[in-house]
Design a protein. Sequence first.
Length: 578
Amino acid sequence: MIVAAPAESRTLDSAGPIEEERQRLPWGVYTAVAVVYIVLGVWLNAEIKFIFTDAMSRVAAVSAMLWSRDPHFAAIGFVFTPLTAVAQIPLGLLGNWFPELLRWNITASVTSALFMAGAVMQIRGIARDRGCARWVTIVVTVLFALNPMILMYAANGMSEALYLFFVIWAVRRLIRWMRNDDAHELIAAGLALALAYLTRYDALAPMFVAVVLVFVVSWIRFPKADTEDKFHRSWAAAIDATVVLLPGLIAFFAWSASSWLITGQAFQQFSSVYGNSAIIEQAGGAADAPMSRMMFSLTEIAVLGPAFPVLATAAIVLAWRRRDPEVIVPIVLFGSVLGAQTLLYMMGSTFPFLRFYLAVVPLCFVLAVLISPRERPVVSRRPGRAASPELVRDQPKYSGPSIMLVVSLVLLLGSTAVTFVAMGSPRLASLEHSLASVVIPGRQDAAEQAILRTFGAERRIADYLDDLDLPDGSVLTDTVLAFGVITASDNPKQFVITSDTDFVKILNNPSESGVEYILTVPNEERGVADAINRRYPTMYETGSGGIGALVIEVENDGGTVPPNWRLYRLTGNKQEGG
């Protein structure tokens, strides 16, 4: 039998529980997880040289902002939201003395390791808030931390680690708010979602559903004695929803206004030639029909979270029996992330990448935690008037949920195995599968090994230019594809790059601006967005009618960038018109 605890045993804001909670802050656990992830990141990037292009592009943004010939904050770029790059600034400040930090993507991988370790601790925190048995908390934390996709994106420097951390943080805070009605939880959730938006544009989806969820829940649980006053009821719900919305709204307008003031475009991701939509168009557009793309999305979700249908059904049924609405929070927030990615892919606005559906992994783990009954109060300094009474038991627990919990943990272990196998599939894991040629004995796939050599050509070009010992501003290039060259160089000031405030002026007359070399890419696919190709369409093929003499051609033996690079030395001849 489950009964409401006496009022004196339900005190949520007493000093005792808070002090106990403070003493148990898991800094040791966090440090251990972070160190493991950092070591894995160094191995992945610097040892086997498996570097993700999006991660390296963020490193290039940090390099441009700190160490280019024209360092300024706006050099961080406005195509993507800034936080993934901004978080690298403390380590990036060492790049002038330790260029290997930039060359090998270390600033990005350390950042993702720290944030993914934070995501692990948020999963652990949800289990502790729930009052799960210690062994359950340990198993859930370890299984999540060792999930192969979590390991991959903790180490590779991509935005997934930051994004997951902020969304899981918001989920945890809203689950707590469902129990304690503490406005501080709403403030934290709103801040987390705002930071998620500054990490990825698609965070608008969980931000929107969180605001709606808070409004609806607040409206429903408004004290019955006051329900006749509909205005006060709606006003109270609107205030709660605004607390969640306001940080994200500020982040949205601040970032959009900054982009508009500096570049003339408020949403470069959607209007710029460097955005995802433009990249897809440059590659020939989406080939599959929308229904095929939807099936692909569902398949990706299935291989990352095969246990989801069982876990969701069990969690919802048990929540209904217990009158415990907390399960709504992870389902609607993580569900909005998955739904937004599915919709964007169906519309042809994003790519068929397994990583975009990674939110199903923490969703499954949170559902497994919520299958366990509540066993402890949520520590709160200021519980609201709608705080639910904590539950205590006057007889031994019903064994059913415990059995279901064990089954759930077994399913999570099985899901990990399914995900590991799926990550070796080129069709399901186009970005991740190349690692299989390293970790699976006897697998020597030529295409996978080529991808593992990505940025090898860029490093050779950087070494060649560094050996020339050129003065500042000697090499003109567009970072749309040359970002790997910039980050690999020991002398980033030798480049004139797209973010420089005088880039257009120099591009129009490079020989009179001190430029000695122009680094070019083919005028096709992504190369059509290259500023040099747009200004001098035949530069790569002919040196633009003789203004440049071919110095070297570097064959790319990697798998994700143009086939060849060409470096031209300016001859001083008349330059071709745009």
